[in-house]
Ligand binder design. Sequence first.
Ligand code: THU
Length: 119
Amino acid sequence: MRARENAHAPFSHFRVGAALEDAEGRIYTGCNVENATYGLTMCAERVAVLKAISEGARKFRRVAVVADTETLTPPCGACRQVLWEFCGDVEMVLANLGGKTETLRLGTLFPRAFDTSFL
Ligand code: THU
């Protein structure tokens, strides 16, 4: 929720926060960062993954995604692919500002993923 407050979303006004917890309990956060070209917008989840990887984290326990929606916001398709690459079938906590949460596995949202096992 705190990460979401830093969202740069002047075009959609849709603010998202994400957090990754690694195997040592360290937290890496992200928010969506939009761009005037629209297409270069980066989602909160991918910002958090890229921050974590660039800081040397490699094993992850949990991912949280927060948005201000009654129906909990799931990660977009691009973020599912990137999360799968680094977090595998990780626990995902979807939440809204009212405290509603749902916990599920990424594999539920992203079945039959393409990954390195095919290469
Ligand atoms: N967005 C995220 O950051 N994460 C999601 O899971 C869904 C969408 C962002 C991208 C864009 O800045 C805004 O939300 C509207 O799509």
